[in-house]
Design a protein around this ligand. Structure first.
Ligand code: SF4
Length: 417
């Protein structure tokens, strides 16, 4: 749970991207503060129309990097000339817009407050199914706000889901600190049963399951994978943050899972689903992470080949046990983060490149994009952008068959069939 400061420069489309970032940060329980001096994290959403603007962006990035612990630079200049920030020695992570919320989250789970209620935002319905978790990660401050898992009944959550769908939700996002342990306080993990019931609700909709830690998912992996295989309403997408490829580091993080358990979850989903998206997170530069540990994380990344990956440089959060550990130097953290981010971009780009030329049926138009485009999600929650959407009469909430025509690193372009 971080306090963040955000600055946006340039056109309305850049402002739109900042609004998206802020929405996702809000859903994850983070708070905006006025002024960088009160913030844990600063975000600079850049513009690059003229040379003078570029100089201003570089200067502002240098100032923010000096004033805050963590700086994330995104936007047009970051994407087109990211090396300019590196060459200028700015201590920042240069990221695509889509990557910023996860980076700010710093490897922690989203915060669901005790009074969290469903939210309908456009055609997206956000449904917190529980609050709290069963873990005690040494780097986390979220758990101080949320405590142990507290799961409302399946019936209660199904009714909330039904209300969201009747109110116009086409994409339900199931959230919680750790959706994989839903029901554990009742003595039984029952995420799979809840999802089965939600998918029985009448209507055309999709369901995205939010963060589920490997430990919770491992014990129900077979049941969960078959619920995904049986219900087309569920995006075939699993966000299981492994955080490290080293069991020693996982132990120091108190993550409660081992690397082998994560790999078994991935293998089970691979067996059950022909086309799905594995999303995972890595924290690099944890205080006890050695070169060998980092090499193990890199090997795990290449072995399991997730299609969505969040890489976070470890950063101390006040009041956590990890904050008292002797940290690694900033240069080591930066080098490891850059190395992993490079492989991440390679893997994700390859996943999107493989889709070019293929068709996708019943793709949901989720929201408006920049200009006259719309953002859509296919059955595996891969992002497809359709340009000139008004020519095709496409609006959020529509389902459409698409042909994938080209790709960028984090998404692909598509045209209606
Ligand atoms: S699972 Fe770990 S990181 Fe997530 S909220 Fe619980 S203690 Fe924090």
């Amino acid at each position: 749970m971080a306090r963040y400061h955000i600055e946006t420069y340039g056109c309305t489309s850049n402002r739109g991207e900042s609004r998206q970032i802020e929405r996702r940060l809000r859903d994850a329980g983070h708070h905006r503060v006025d002024g960088v001096d009160e913030a844990d994290v600063a975000i600079l959403n850049t513009c690059t129309v003229v040379e003078k603007t570029e100089r201003n962006m570089l200067r502002r990035a240098e100032e923010l990097a000096d004033e805050t612990a963590d700086l994330y630079v995104t936007g047009c200049m970051a994407l087109a000339q990211g090396e300019a920030f590196v060459n200028a020695g700015v201590d920042a992570d240069v990221l695509h817009w889509d990557e910023v919320p996860e980076a700010v989250t710093n490897g922690e789970c989203p915060t669901t407050t005790p009074d969290a209620e469903p939210i309908l935002d456009g055609v997206v319905g956000i449904l917190p199914i529980a609050r709290g978790c069963m873990s005690d990660c040494s780097y986390c401050i979220t758990k101080h706000a949320t405590g142990k898992i507290d799961s409302p009944s399946i019936e209660e959550n199904v009714e909330k889901a039904r209300a969201l769908i009747h109110a116009g939700a086409k994409e339900l996002r199931i959230t919680g600190q750790d959706t994989g342990v839903y029901g554990w306080d009742d003595g039984e993990r029952k995420l799979h049963r809840l999802l089965d019931r939600i998918c029985d609700i009448e209507g055309d909709f999709r369901v995205r399951v939010g963060m589920a830690n490997p430990k919770g998912v491992h014990g129900i992996r077979e049941e969960l994978a078959s619920v995904f295989a049986d219900n087309e309403e569920l995006y075939d997408f699993l966000h299981a943050p492994v955080q490290s490829g080293s069991d020693d580091v996982l132990g120091d993080m108190r993550r409660q899972h081992q690397v082998s358990e994560y790999v078994e979850v991935v293998e089970t989903f691979d067996d059950a689903l022909p086309y799905w998206t594995l999303s995972t997170d890595f924290i690099v530069g944890f205080p006890t992470e050695t070169d060998h540990d980092h090499a193990q994380s890199m090997a795990l990344l290449r072995e399991t080949r997730p299609e969505k990956i969040n890489v976070t440089r470890f950063s101390k959060r006040p009041g956590t046990d990890a904050a008292d550990m002797k940290g690694l130097g900033g240069t080591i953290k930066k080098e490891r983060s850059s190395e992993m981010s490079e492989v991440k971009r390679e893997l994700v780009r390859e996943a999107y490149a493989d889709m070019v030329g293929e068709t996708r049926e019943d793709v949901l138009v989720v929201e408006e994009g920049t200009g006259d485009s719309v953002k859509c999600r296919d059955s595996a929650y891969r992002q497809l952008i359709v340009r000139s959407a008004s020519e095709y009469g496409l609006e959020p909430g529509d389902f459409v068959d698409l042909e994938v025509t080209a790709n960028e690193t984090m998404y692909a372009f598509a045209e209606p069939l």
